[in-house]
Design a protein around this ligand. Structure first.
Ligand code: GLY
Length: 341
């Protein structure tokens, strides 16, 4: 610590700016463990989306040997696919009918991170978050600033609202209340379930370098300007090169107030397996809500540690045939996960 302070003072006297200085020091803070489990990519979806995400991610890893390239390629698949209504293009919009994306990325060897929040009109939110991490001295850009930054880097502005998402929004809007001027069709249902979603893509490279991405269109029908957990480092995503990686999906407000992903990594640091750590974060969410009987939302945690062990737990029963999936040199593996309610 003293050496770091002396170094800072010396460089400061040489006229090197503080932000530039921290970048230099961060690059020096690489931590690599003695034992390496081997490269892997994990995603917070079961078999079908898992395959769609993990196979291109793994191909990218084999091509570039870069875990950041791999998790970005896997995340881009979902961001660009309108069949997924919770991430990127085709994502369900906010209360105005506008798709606003949140995404984050974190890289273990440098502990650097980047995120964008309330980003409109850009499909690949996680790629913009990566540029925030790699090409700025900041960690987070929001709204019009994030859009301007994305455009400066050549991302095209596009309408993210598909017809399917617009019709879902219209149905939700019309069914919201029987006390407004939006009149639903005859088969209305004022208690229609509000869809959610998000994806985490986590990975470990050949040198044990850990990284993660979380990307989402956020809570469907959210208030204009609402930001969830996905772009908040420690809430929707956290990685630590000494420990492993964790990501979250589900009700962001609960993950923000429990620092869910950071908490999970800290539990693994204290020796808990990824599975137990995931379950304990869900238990913490029950606790802060006064017990599971008060919980009517979903949260899912996924994680792996440096040994390559993986786990997953959710509040509600899992829709897919597995909670998460993982790919490595041994092929694809499904993570069963545990539903806690
Ligand atoms: N976890 C996604 C959100 O709450 O926006």
């Amino acid at each position: 610590m003293t050496k770091r302070r002396d170094f800072l003072q010396t460089l400061g006297l040489m006229g090197v700016s503080l932000p530039a200085l921290h970048k230099i020091l961060d690059r020096k803070s690489n931590y690599f463990p003695d034992t390496i489990a081997g490269p892997l990519v994990m995603c917070s979806r079961g078999e079908s989306w898992g395959k769609k995400v993990l196979e291109p991610a793994w191909a990218k890893f084999k091509e570039t040997n870069s875990i950041l390239d791999a998790i970005e390629a896997g995340s881009n698949v979902v961001e660009l696919d309108p069949a997924d209504t919770s991430v990127g293009y085709g994502g369900l919009p906010d209360e105005r009918g506008v798709v606003a994306l949140d995404a984050s990325i974190m890289y273990g060897p440098t502990y650097n991170c980047g995120s964008v929040a309330s980003l409109e009109n850009i499909k690949k939110a996680c790629s913009v978050a990566r540029l925030v991490m790699e090409r700025t001295d900041h960690s987070m850009l929001v709204g019009p600033g994030a859009l301007a930054f994305a455009k400066a880097h050549g991302f095209p502005e596009e309408n993210l609202l598909t017809d399917e998402a617009r019709l879902t929004w219209l149905e939700w809007k019309e069914n919201l209340s029987d006390n407004d001027d939006w009149l639903p069709p005859a088969d209305h249902d004022y208690k229609k379930f509000r869809k959610g979603g998000t994806i985490n893509v986590l990975g470990m490279g050949a040198q044990g370098e850990v990284a993660g991405i979380t990307t989402t269109s956020g809570l469907f029908g959210k208030i204009y300007g609402r930001i969830g957990d996905s772009p908040i480092i420690g809430a929707g995503l956290f990685v630590d090169n000494e420990v492993g990686a964790a990501g979250a999906t589900g009700r962001g407000e609960e993950l923000i107030r429990t620092c869910g992903s950071f908490l999970l990594v800290e539990k693994m640091r204290s020796g808990k397996s990824p599975q137990v750590a995931c379950e304990e974060v869900i238990e913490r969410i029950f606790h802060v809500n006064g017990g599971k009987q008060n919980v009517d939302f979903n949260v899912k945690m996924v994680a792996f540690n440096k040994d390559g062990d993986a786990g997953s737990a959710s509040i509600m029963p899992l829709g897919d045939n597995a909670s998460a999936s993982l790919i490595s040199d041994k092929g694809m593996k499904l993570i069963a996960g545990k539903s806690m309610i």
